[in-house]
Design a protein around this ligand. Structure first.
Ligand SMILES: [Zn+2]
Ligand SMILES: [Zn+2]
Length: 684
């Protein structure tokens, strides 16, 4: 073998925000194509790297200072140019190291294999796929399209911009996805379908598998074993999979024949990664579609206000699906004023009499009711009436939640759990009592109020064991449950045929949330929950949604009553415009974590000082550092600083120049644990 001659740029996972941007020079065979997976020496270790496109203007380091590459894993086709462009864009936009992001979005298993192991894996995979072969399978019958669905599909054919499929629950968005995928596959393409949650993949997977029996369909999400994830990723990258269904990480799947991207429930917060590179898979999907000149469908009944604003401006095209399949109507919404109820001495009202009567009616008719309470556990806090003690978490600025089932006090933020004390830890009072109500308590109260009803609870606690969610949903579908109590988990996607009543038991907290997106999320949740009722057209006419509130005059409930998303969005956008908030401004957060709040604040102030002049020149507002709503988490003090600007480009320019200097500043702040920037943060 001839000695390696060329200088090659390689993306490697370097410590974040270190001086090296992620591309390092090595000596290697000039024939190694960009995108080839390689092993390279880094310090004393050998790590995975990806040969990257070399900037032709960059001055190469003197060859004698460079180390040679290790093995090339060239049995794997190089990661294609469009994939490298996507990764480079995401790293730049979200302010992360290129190598860090590039390696982080590969299946972890891939980074561990050596050349021989990988070649063997690939050979086995190709052999298995060839043996399975493509048997021609007759296409199953398809439902006839409604006029609205047909119009949406017609628009897809010549789409020159992202499409917003704005369809109420039950309006047949999935059929549009299926037909769009059919067209993409017929043209020899691959389709990528993104969903917000792993829980929602099985039913969508089933529908796609049923529609495309002869086609290769794979899923990509964090619930797969490392071996499965690698296999599915390889099938996508090799072009052997026709359909890829996945959660946000799937947006980075290399797909050589990609012809369509679908983002279902595009408004869902789960599309934004909340650690490491805090990317938005929805926004990257739009970028990727634009780059490849292919159609992207964003589907939702309650689009994000960003997407809605794009549609209003004509940057996205809105395709309405206003009618429910089968002609069913959305349930009538009844807002119950809890302030009007007479207070019974010493007793708290669980359900307003009108709601209780409506539930009894469903029981008598053998129909199901769904009660939504966005708070799990028995009670959010335990309280001592004698001395005022409350069940605070010693590690977080939060209360520990009382779980009656296992008599524990659990912090939902750091996980710290203890058995419930027999007496008040401060004064010894034996009479410590739960305050407020969570799903466990609601379940218990319902059992008392309606002893004849079969009550089930679905939340993160009741579905922790593998398979238990599916089993519980099965019981609901089989009609073994009359009353279903649960958190927002219940509102998403599930198709409950027997539910004719949905109630939001106590949604008020979200109305006055400190997060400017609070009302947007609440409206989406309630409208989505409303959509759970009356999925069966025959029952739609007598379906109802109840909302218990102390603020019945709130405009949000008014829009909900009329199922009027456009009116709600117009009011919210008016407020956002006046307040200079997204989508009318671009935001970024600089976060700092430290053992004490002063250190975190000092780092942020130092950072602000360093950039104050540039920020002023670019028209960027720097707000003073403040603690986030959860200021202390697992013993760590957190602070954040908001940057706001009317121009996304100006903000990007500032961040790109600022971040390298922050690393240098870091050393000046002993006790600083970590810092990170969050571009387009979901919450502030
Ligand atoms: Zn006490
Ligand atoms: Zn905690």
């Amino acid at each position: 073998m001839s000695p390696p001659r060329a200088v090659l740029a390689v993306a490697v996972e370097t410590p974040r925000h270190s001086a090296v941007g992620g591309l390092l020079d090595y000596l290697g065979e000039p024939s190694l194509a960009p995108g080839t997976l390689v092993r390279v020496p880094l310090g004393k270790r050998e790590v995975a790297g990806i040969v990257w496109d070399r900037d032709p203007d960059a001055e190469p380091a003197p060859a004698e200072t460079l180390r040679p590459l290790g093995a090339a894993l060239d049995a794997l086709p190089p990661l294609p140019a469009d994939w490298r462009a996507l990764v480079a864009f995401a790293a730049g936009y979200y302010q992360r190291g290129l190598g860090e992001l590039a390696l982080a979005v590969l299946p972890p298993e891939l980074r561990k294999l050596d050349a021989t192991q990988l070649a063997r894996r690939l050979a086995r995979l190709r052999k298995a796929e060839a043996a399975a072969g493509a048997q021609p399978v007759p296409a199953p019958p398809r439902p006839a399209l409604t006029d609205e669905q047909a119009a949406a599909l017609a628009a897809l054919a010549g789409a020159d911009r992202p499409l917003l499929l704005h369809g109420v629950t039950g309006s047949g968005k999935t059929e549009v996805y299926l037909r769009a995928a059919e067209a993409a596959l017929a043209g020899g393409g691959q389709a990528l379908v993104l969903v917000p949650e792993i829980n929602l993949t099985p039913q969508l997977e089933a529908r796609f598998a049923e529609r495309f029996p002869g086609r290769r369909l794979v899923s990509l999400h964090s619930g797969l074993t490392p071996a499965q994830r690698l296999r599915h990723w390889l099938l996508a990258h090799l072009g052997l999979a026709d359909l890829v269904l996945g959660t946000r990480l799937a947006v980075f799947a290399p797909l050589p024949r990609l012809a369509l991207i679908v983002v279902d429930e595009e408004h869902d917060a789960s599309f934004k990664q909340q650690e490491g590179a805090r990317y938005s898979a929805r926004d990257l999907a739009v970028w990727r579609a634009h780059q490849r000149r292919l159609p992207v469908i964003l589907g939702s009944a309650t689009p994000s206000l960003e997407t809605w604003q794009h549609a209003l401006q004509g940057r996205y095209r809105r395709l309405p699906l206003a009618a429910r399949i089968g002609g069913g109507t959305m349930p009538a919404v009844r807002v119950l004023d809890m302030g009007l109820l007479p207070r019974e001495a010493g007793k708290e009202r669980v359900l307003a009499p009108a709601l209780l009567a409506a539930i009894e009616q469903r029981l008598a008719r053998g129909e199901q009711s769904l009660l939504l309470l966005n708070r799990r556990g028995y009670a959010p806090v335990l309280h001592c009436g004698a001395c005022g003690w409350k069940s605070a978490c010693p590690h977080c600025s939060a209360w520990r939640v009382f779980h009656k089932a296992d008599r524990s006090l659990r912090c939902h933020h750091c996980g710290f759990a203890e058995r419930v004390p027999r007496a008040c830890p401060d004064c010894g009072n034996l009479d410590i009592a739960p305050l407020g109500r969570g799903t466990e308590k609601l379940q218990e109260q319902l059992a008392e109020l309606l002893p004849q009803a079969r009550v089930a609870r679905i939340d993160a606690d009741s579905t922790r064991a593998a398979g238990s969610l599916q089993a519980q949903l099965q019981a609901v579908h089989a009609g073994e449950v009359d009353l279903l109590v649960g958190t927002q988990m219940l509102a998403k996607g599930h198709d409950f045929r027997r539910v004719t009543l949905v109630a939001a038991v106590n949604p008020d907290a979200a109305l006055f949330s400190s997060d400017f997106r609070g009302p947007e999320r609440l409206f989406a949740l309630l409208l989505q929950a409303a959509g759970r009722a009356g999925r069966d057209a025959a029952q739609a006419a007598r379906s109802e949604m109840f909302v218990q509130t102390h603020h019945p005059q709130h405009p949000l409930f008014d829009a909900l009553r009329r199922h009027d998303f456009a009116a709600f969005a117009a009011a919210q956008l008016g407020e956002r415009r006046a307040a200079g908030l997204p989508p009318f401004a671009a935001l970024a957060l600089l976060r700092a974590d430290a053992r004490d709040a002063d250190t975190a604040r000092a780092f942020l102030q130092d950072a602000a000082h360093a950039v104050a002049a540039d920020a002023a020149a670019l028209g960027i507002t720097l707000y003073p550092p403040v603690p986030p709503p959860l200021a202390r988490l697992a013993g760590v003090e957190r602070m954040q600083m908001l940057l706001e600007c009317g121009s996304r480009t100006a903000l990007q320019r500032l961040l790109a120049g600022w971040l390298p200097t922050l690393q240098a500043h870091r050393a000046r702040h002993k006790g600083l644990l970590r810092w990170a920037v969050d571009v387009d943060p979901l919450g502030i």
